[in-house]
Design a protein around this ligand. Structure first.
Ligand code: UDP
Length: 343
């Protein structure tokens, strides 16, 4: 049994990771400021032996120091998430992603506590390669377009992790996650699958941005959690970067049709210009597909389910929540809500 710290552990992926680690008998601390995470994601863990929740921001150095001093292993998942939030709050994005990560790495380096840094497929930017490999060039847009501050901040995080590994011997591994989906993911901050599911379940228009021909590969949260845990058990993963994703893509328009069919919904599909949805000058990625050979070689990673199976489980879970009176999260075309909480 180990003592594990998950930063951002009340978020979508973090809470699933907490479930898995508690299930495996580890003692788990979660620190989360609940800015985009939610107590509902971890309520069932509160009071469980070995589980502890710190409602705080990583910027409170003394608290972060205490949490990391107790840990044998750290999963650093706390980050600004969601395209809507990133475009609306670039200062918060850069501060959270860079300053907090630097602090986590500095504190982990004191006792050489192994740390996993969650990065994102967003770092590949506008790369025109058909399949993205970890050692590919990263192609970003200009600084005048706020979307790129997210990728840039995560690239700095990756450089920091590598620098701590090389200069201070810190066992650090980077996981680039490709469009993770599953129950508990919220559509409030822009993520497409929960938004489409909520819209379809309400028979409201499904809002496809642009021409809908941009494509993504959607990854099951359980596969991501399994891969993160396995990577941390491999000494040879340290100092390395790994893609974690799915090997199949779908266009967003086809996704809208798929969600509508699986929900048995009468929703119309509405094409919304990017300018209306995300403001002037927004740039989207046309294509995003990971090369998974590196992570497959090291830990035998393979996506466990196809998109329909993932969508069915997400739809069932969302239906259950709505049935129990959960609030509707996504307006038909409206902007994302601002988060609450400290930072
Ligand atoms: N998207 C959409 N309608 C929405 C939300 C998102 O068409 O209501 C599109 C978005 O423009 C992007 C894709 O779905 O092309 C995936 O968006 P998401 O924010 O989930 O992830 P990312 O852009 O980071 O891949």
């Amino acid at each position: 049994m180990q003592h594990v710290l998950i930063t951002g552990g009340a978020g979508f992926i973090g809470s699933h990771l907490a479930d898995a680690l508690v299930q495996q008998g580890h003692s788990v601390d979660v620190i989360d400021d609940l800015s985009t995470g939610s107590l509902d994601n971890i309520r069932h863990l509160l009071g469980r032996p070995g589980f502890r929740f710190w409602h705080d921001t990583l910027r409170h150095r003394a608290v972060t120091e205490r949490c990391i001093a107790r840990a044998d292993v750290v999963f650093h998942l706390a980050a600004a998430v969601g395209v809507h939030l990133i475009v609306e709050q670039p200062v918060r994005t850069i501060e959270t992603n860079v300053a907090c990560t630097e602090l986590v790495l500095e504190l982990c380096a004191r006792d050489q506590t192994p740390v996993l840094l969650a990065s994102t497929s967003e770092v590949y930017g506008k790369s025109e390669r058909r399949v993205f490999r970890e050692d590919d060039d990263l192609v970003l847009g200009p600084t005048s377009r706020s979307r790129w501050c997210y990728a840039s901040s995560k690239i700095i995080d990756e450089f920091l992790a590598k620098a701590y590994y090389v200069e201070r011997g810190l066992p650090a591994v980077v996981a680039r996650l490709f469009n993770t989906i599953g129950p508990r993911q919220t559509g409030r901050y822009g993520m497409v699958v929960p938004r489409f599911v909520d819209q379809a379940l309400r028979n409201a228009p499904i809002t496809v941005y642009g021409d809908g021909l941009q494509s993504r590969s959607f990854t099951w949260v359980g596969d991501v959690v399994g891969a993160l845990v396995s990577l941390m058990q491999k000494p040879s993963a340290m100092g390395e970067v790994f893609n974690i994703g799915h090997s199949r893509t779908i266009t967003i328009l086809a996704l809208a049709e798929r969600v509508r069919r699986l929900c048995g919904s009468a929703s119309p599909i509405r094409l919304v210009p990017y300018t209306d949805a995300l403001g002037h000058g927004f740039e989207d990625m046309r294509w995003r597909l990971p090369d998974l050979s590196k992570v497959e070689r090291l830990i035998g990673y393979r996506p466990s389910r196809d998109l329909d199976a993932m969508l069915v489980e997400i739809i069932d879970s969302r239906r259950g929540l709505i049935g129990r009176g959960a609030a509707v999260e996504v307006e038909a075309t409206g902007p994302a809500r601002r988060p609450h909480g400290s930072a």
